[in-house]
Write a protein that binds this ligand. Structure first.
Ligand code: PMP
Length: 363
């Protein structure tokens, strides 16, 4: 048996141990079917039950209103960068975007292939260390949608649930890949939410899309069948073979989260976890958090020493102590601790203790 490490990876990332154990128990024989979930038909009653449970649990956890569809698709969040404009450019073929990092930039680049994109604001000049203030008078009145990235995985910033842009009748579209299910967002404020699974939901391979029904069925003529939300909505996400095992794992993670008390209870723990780290960083003479206080992510915490050699020594020693995947993204440098839902409070406490020791030793 291997020891498990504290895994601070930005994604794919740590999964709840209880979920991994449950999946391992059901690996060879899922509930008396005599086969693994990987081996069964996606039209079997067992798998249809898993998919229905996944949908029901996610709906319950996020309090998704009845007039929204939940889709489980493939192609990662990156495919949504194209699917959103292809499906939502139905009138003015214009959309507003806020540039808060590398993922927003990619979404913008893709949307530009299909229509007009107004980049309302960007924090690029400061390596995306804050969420730019938005001037409502600059919003396009006739935009087909307005796109934000709620949590910026690389830079560690976020749009807090109480600071979302007020877009009026223009549907707000959000890339929630790295903070879905981590704190309570009011789904009814959005026209569409999308998220790759591999941070807070499960393994890579499935992407959740929560879409208001009136936005379905307006795809551009050039839209490939597989990229049309209506095709997937009409087929309950079973138009073609779905990523069955990933959906099954997500279902187990949703069940685990519900048992933990749901998103509000998880938000409380996430606030505690991130506060432990930020409080330490804010008083440390060695480590510095890189993000403006009011925009800090609860999920991804980048920090630097300002000295590349010291960073490298820290990361090396951390690995030896069982704290892995702490190296920061190359565009920010330093370190980044991703502390998704499945990272226990003990993991963050242990990391802070280790940082204190490292700081004391290397004064
Ligand atoms: N958006 C965000 C915020 C992300 O963090 C990521 C992946 N790290 C992506 C989009 C791209 O997701 P995928 O790899 O599933 O295409």
């Amino acid at each position: 048996m291997y020891e498990r490490v504290y895994n601070f990876s930005a994604g794919p990332s740590v999964l709840p141990e209880e979920v991994l154990l449950e999946a391992s128990k059901e690996m060879l024989n899922y509930k008396g079917s005599g086969m693994s979930v990987m081996e069964m038909s996606h039209r079997s009653k067992e798998f249809m039950g898993i998919a229905a449970d996944a949908e029901k649990l996610l709906r319950e956890l996020m309090n998704v209103p009845a007039n929204y569809k939940i889709l489980f698709l493939q192609g990662g969040a990156s495919t949504q960068f194209a699917m959103i404009p292809l499906n939502l450019f139905s009138n003015s073929k214009t959309a507003d975007y806020v540039d808060t990092g590398a993922w927003s930039t990619k979404a913008i680049k893709e949307a530009k292939k299909y229509g007009t994109v107004n980049v309302l604001a960007s924090s690029k000049e400061s390596t995306y260390s804050y969420i730019p203030k938005l001037d409502k008078s600059a919003f396009s009145k006739d935009a087909d949608y307005f796109h934000i990235t709620t949590n910026n995985t690389i830079y560690g910033t976020r749009f807090t649930p109480d600071n979302l842009p007020d877009t009026g009748d223009v549907p707000l579209v959000a890339d929630m890949s790295s903070n879905i299910l981590s704190e309570v967002y009011d789904v009814s404020k959005f026209g569409l939410i999308y998220a790759g699974a591999q941070k807070n939901m499960g393994p890579a391979g499935v992407t959740a899309v929560i879409i208001r029904e009136d936005l379905i069925g307006k795809a551009m003529d050039i839209t490939p069948t597989m990229l049309d939300y209506k095709i997937h909505a009409d087929a309950d996400s079973l138009y073609n073979t779905p990523p069955c095992y990933s959906i099954y794992m997500c279902m187990l993670v949703f069940k685990w989260l519900k048992e933990k008390g749901g998103v509000a209870a998880m938000e409380k723990i996430n606030r505690e976890k991130s506060q432990l780290l930020y409080d330490y960083l804010d008083q440390s003479a060695m480590f510095k958090a890189t993000v403006a206080v009011e925009d800090r992510s609860l999920m991804n915490v980048p920090f630097v020493t300002g000295n590349d050699e010291l960073d490298a020594a820290f990361i090396k020693e951390a690995v030896a102590k069982g704290f892995v995947n702490l190296k920061g993204h190359r565009s920010v440098g330093g370190m980044r601790a991703s502390i998704y839902n499945a990272m226990p409070v003990e993991g963050v406490k242990a990391l802070v203790e280790f940082m204190k020791e490292f700081e004391a030793k290397n004064k």
